[in-house]
Design a protein around this ligand. Structure first.
Ligand code: BES
Ligand code: MN
Ligand code: ZN
Length: 501
């Protein structure tokens, strides 16, 4: 997909399709200029009720002969005073849906020609690129007829121009396009890894993907620890999860070196359970197939690293990804087994389905001991309880550090990849007490997302830490089934804006 900046008068823009915003009330901006140049056709379409200003409504119209655009796509944008980044993206996503339906391959968007107040040219462009790329994403690697079917093959949408009214916005729009493309590339990687079936996307596959990324970018270095090395280090918690499967676990360490060595890195830990059956605490059959998405934390961390490597900011970031498959077998961990984590703390495994915290606690200890990170952020499809609390809208954010929590929340609203803060008081860990080990891996179901976070908090040793529970946002289950690529935009926005005033 190719994106470019377009300047010049709207009525002179040569394109297969001009995407024009319609607001409540009289025509404004690009729609008004083009309407004036075409004898009032748009006004008549609005007056007749054919074109609607309702957010996301679309109407495709052939233009009167002699116009620079072959067609107009009129897109409802609601009230002009309420038009913001989120509505811009909703309108643009509808527009792309209509373009795909009609097999239109090229278009110029005037949706942000007059920028909504409070939205910079950079974010207007970046968010537009992310929106278009998400709207055209499809996963057809495993369809044998990938080149047939609607919207495929030669008729794919492949070029979008972003029109700006102010020549002073061109440079920032270009930067937004470049960053948006990098973020979208990262999201595509995250979505592809998430969507791949669990017989393909194994721990070794995740490791191979990390190696491929490192081969692509000079500033990325990778190390992959094997089961023997994980054992030698003493990661008893991670190993206990992998005991029931034939697939060997991996610990993936991917470093982005953008700053001098002395600068402390930001550490990202991503839960990489390539399939979660629950283990001996077996899950019920309905929707168990969706547990192939239980590696979406790992995939998001790898996607964010890919985007960061493409953008190239001057900082150090290290990804530590524990990858394992959670299966039942004659060798699998039993409820009641006690294991020793890398930290030295012993854990009574009361529920083998609470496996994410087990692989993460060892990854967190490893990241802290080896890299002494400035901030540590873990990303995990950790609890069903987080889905109950927040649904599929917001990521659950837990943190022991106000500065970090604030920075993440601000990044989340700028990137429209939103998070909502939930509590992680120590008291949530009280139900994790064990008569036989230092603590158990499962406790009260009430407040389960906070209980899981409190478990992880026992391993962060004073490091400024945040936990992102993405169980509700990493994939869509109902319509448009598949991985979303979240929270790559949030992570990248956070990393790019760190220490900016
Ligand atoms: N991967 C699941 C969490 C999950 C469930 C994410 C459904 C998205 C949708 C996790 O490993 C798990 O099974 N968690 C348990 C924890 C419980 C046993 C303490 C849960 O949430 O039920
Ligand atoms: Mn589980
Ligand atoms: Zn899980």
């Amino acid at each position: 997909m190719d994106f470019s900046v377009k300047t010049g008068a709207p009525a002179d823009q040569r394109t297969a399709c001009a995407i024009l915003p319609l607001f409540d009330g009289p025509l404004t901006g690009a729609a008004r200029e083009i309407d004036a140049a075409s004898g009032g056709l748009i006004r008549r379409l609005v007056r007749s009720g054919a074109a609607s200003a309702k957010l996301g409504a679309t109407l495709l119209v052939p233009t009167p002969s002699g116009g620079a655009a072959e067609q107009w796509l009129l897109v409802g944008c609601g009230k002009a005073a309420e038009f913001d980044a989120k509505k811009l993206c909703r309108a643009l996503a509808s527009a792309v849906g209509a373009l795909k339906d009609k097999g239109i391959r090229e278009a110029v968007s005037f949706l942000a020609w007059e920028r909504p107040s409070g939205l910079t040219a950079y974010y207007a462009a970046r968010l537009s690129v992310e929106t278009v790329r998400s709207a055209v994403y499809r996963f057809d690697e495993l369809k044998s007829d990938a080149e047939s079917g609607e919207g495929r093959g030669r008729k794919r949408l492949s070029r979008i121009g972003l029109a700006v009214s102010n020549a002073a916005d061109v440079a920032e729009t270009r930067r937004g396009i470049a960053h948006g493309a990098a973020i979208a590339n990262g999201m595509d990687l995250t979505r592809n890894l998430g969507n791949r079936p669990p017989n393909v996307c194994t721990p070794s596959h995740l490791a191979e993907q990390a190696k491929a990324l490192a081969a692509e970018h000079d500033k990325l270095d990778v190390e992959v620890l094997t089961e023997r090395q994980i054992e030698k280090l003493g990661m008893g918690a991670l190993l206990s999860v992998a005991r029931g499967t034939e697939e060997p676990p991996r610990l993936i360490v991917l470093r982005y070196n953008g700053a001098p060595k002395r600068e402390k890195p930001i550490a990202l830990c991503g839960k990489g359970i390539t399939f979660d059956t629950g283990g001996i605490s077996l899950k019920p059959p309905p929707k168990m197939d969706e547990m192939k998405f239980d590696m979406c934390g790992a995939a998001a961390v790898l996607g964010a690293m890919a985007a960061i490597a493409e953008i190239g900011p001057a900082r150090n970031v290290v990804a530590v990804v524990p990858a394992a498959e959670n299966m039942p077998s004659g060798r699998a961990t039993r409820p009641g087994d006690i294991v020793k984590s890398l930290s030295g703390k012993t854990i009574e495994i009361l529920n083998t389905d609470a496996e994410g915290r087990l692989i993460l606690c060892d990854a967190i200890t490893y990241a802290i001991q080896r890299f002494a990170p400035r901030y540590l952020i873990d990303v995990a499809t950790l609890t069903g309880a987080c889905v109950v609390a927040l649904g599929h809208l917001h990521t659950g954010l837990f943190s022991n550090d106000e500065t970090l929590a604030t920075a993440l929340l601000e990044a989340s609203s700028r990137s429209l990849d939103t998070a909502w803060r939930l509590p992680v008081d120590e008291e949530y860990g009280e139900s994790l007490k064990s008569n036989f080990a230092d603590f158990a891996n499962a406790g009260s179901r009430d407040g389960g997302a906070s209980v899981a976070a409190a478990f992880l908090a026992k391993f962060v040793e004073g490091t400024a830490w945040a936990h992102l529970d993405i169980a509700g946002v990493a994939w869509r289950g109902e319509s448009q089934k598949g991985a979303t690529g979240r929270p790559v935009p949030l992570l990248v926005d956070f990393l790019l804006n760190l220490d900016a005033a």
